[in-house]
Design a protein around this ligand. Structure first.
Ligand SMILES: C[S@@+](CC[C@H](N)C(=O)[O-])C[C@H]1O[C@@H](n2cnc3c(N)ncnc32)[C@H](O)[C@@H]1O
Length: 408
């Protein structure tokens, strides 16, 4: 008799609320016998590898009919790259397709929670770049799990805004300290003194990434900071599981979304390499920073914003452990590394200048014009931008599974 069984009137009875072994589960699924308990055990082990969370929604999400039907057209991405295989099959891009199907959207949210929570646990263990942030927006934040974890760890962040498509935040759970705002990052983004963005840029083309980042720049208050957390293929990519996971993710994105590939560390800004602690390069006003994302990964503003000072340098006040394989990058202004001075915090007046919905808990539809006005008011030349190699090192303590999921 097994530990979770007892005898009742001579009959073997299973005790309630006790763990079942794989073979016991198998006898429930296949009462007439058969099946392979060892293989079932493998699946269960994977599904439980995220603690209380489940990896299952992620697996299910990637194997939905809508995705599977795009795979036979993967070669089309080579023959005609103007339309991604998903659109060729379904006639519209993946996110608008999800938007019409509440169950797909729900699955996407659960899939993201399942993979992002363990990922963020690693990030928050070592990354200190949220120091001094008062108002933080997570662009493309899905159900808000990343923001919830950031706020739970950093109590100095007064307000978190989870910004995603209206149909996504419309079903997101309520989270203390977090306001869900629905909108379109291609129109505008709620104002904040830091923007967090994870696994968003990787699914868009270079031109689209430029638009998103321009809107981030407009939304940032003086001294603002953008923390972008995206997969990056290192120069010395090899045959490791990590590299393969990244390359597979790349094909997934190519088939389902529209990006033209994950960034490689070669495409980071001038003279900048992940982990290069000696890099301390400033790009002055005269230098052309409005470059192709593929060449440089950063393109901020159009010609009218050229007068702004844009800097690339190494931040030296961030304590970070050493990680051999970096796969993330961050754009960050040095000024915002601490938020102790009054002008770096959001003043009462600035808070009042924000559209009303950003201060009201609950779900609001994003009003493009209000934010555009506010955002452009902040284009005062005070923002400086940098790429922070030490922060990047800290950000990217990723486990292999998290990497696999980076392109969902
Ligand atoms: C790969 S998911 C990443 C989710 C979350 N950042 C994470 O890491 O768990 C990309 C997110 O971007 C959102 N998104 C897509 N298009 C958007 C748009 N135009 N404006 C705002 N969010 C968008 C999606 O709804 C989705 O939640």
């Amino acid at each position: 008799m097994e530990d979770n069984e007892c005898r009742e009137g001579g009959k073997k009875v299973r005790l309630a609320n006790t763990p079942l072994s794989a073979s016991q589960i198998l006898t429930c699924i296949l009462p007439s016998g058969g099946g392979d308990a060892e293989n079932l055990q493998c699946i269960l082990r994977l599904l439980t590898s995220y603690g209380g969370l489940s990896y299952a929604p992620y697996v299910l999400q990637h194997h939905q009919d809508a995705f599977m039907s795009a795979w036979p057209l993967v070669h089309e991405a080579v023959l005609d790259p103007t339309i991604e295989p998903f659109v060729k099959v379904h006639g519209e891009p993946a996110y608008s397709y999800y938007g019409k199907m509440p169950e797909m959207n729900g699955l996407m949210r659960r899939a993201m929670s399942g993979v992002s929570v363990p990922f963020m646990t690693s990030v928050l263990d070592s990354y200190n770049g949220f120091k001094g942030v008062k108002r933080l927006v997570d662009v493309g934040g899905s159900a808000g799990d990343c923001l919830r974890m950031i706020l739970q760890k950093h109590h100095f962040i007064c307000e978190g805004i989870n910004f995603d498509l209206p149909e996504v935040v419309g079903e997101a759970p309520s989270i203390p300290g977090v306001t869900h705002i629905g909108g379109d990052m291609f129109n505008s983004i709620p104002a904040a003194n830091a923007i967090f963005m994870k696994w968003v840029l990787a699914t868009w083309t270079d031109d689209e990434c430029k638009l998103i980042m321009e809107n981030c720049y407009k939304a940032l208050l003086a001294g603002g900071k953008l923390i972008a957390c995206e997969p990056v293929l290192l120069d010395d990519s090899n045959e490791s599981q990590r590299t393969r996971a990244l390359l597979e993710g790349d094909i997934f994105v190519m088939t389902i979304y529209r990006a033209k590939g994950i960034a490689s560390s070669l495409s980071l800004p001038h003279n900048y390499k992940l982990g290069d602690e000696d890099s301390d390069q400033s790009i002055s006003d005269e230098e052309d920073f409005n470059v192709d994302l593929r060449d440089n990964c950063v393109s901020l503003g159009g010609p009218s914003e050229k007068e702004k000072q844009i800097s690339v340098f190494v931040e030296d006040e961030v304590e970070t452990p050493e990680f051999p394989d970096e796969v993330g990058f961050i754009f960050s202004p040095r000024k915002a590394s601490t938020c102790s001075s009054d002008e770096e915090a959001i003043s009462a007046n600035e808070a009042n200048a924000l559209p009303e919905f950003s201060r009201t808990p609950g779900i609001k539809t994003f009003h493009k014009d209000g934010f555009q006005d506010f955002g452009s008011a902040r284009l005062d030349g005070e923002n400086t931008w940098s790429v922070v190699s030490k922060e990047a090192k800290a950000l990217v303590h990723l486990n292999e599974n998290a990497l696999c999921s980076s392109s969902s």
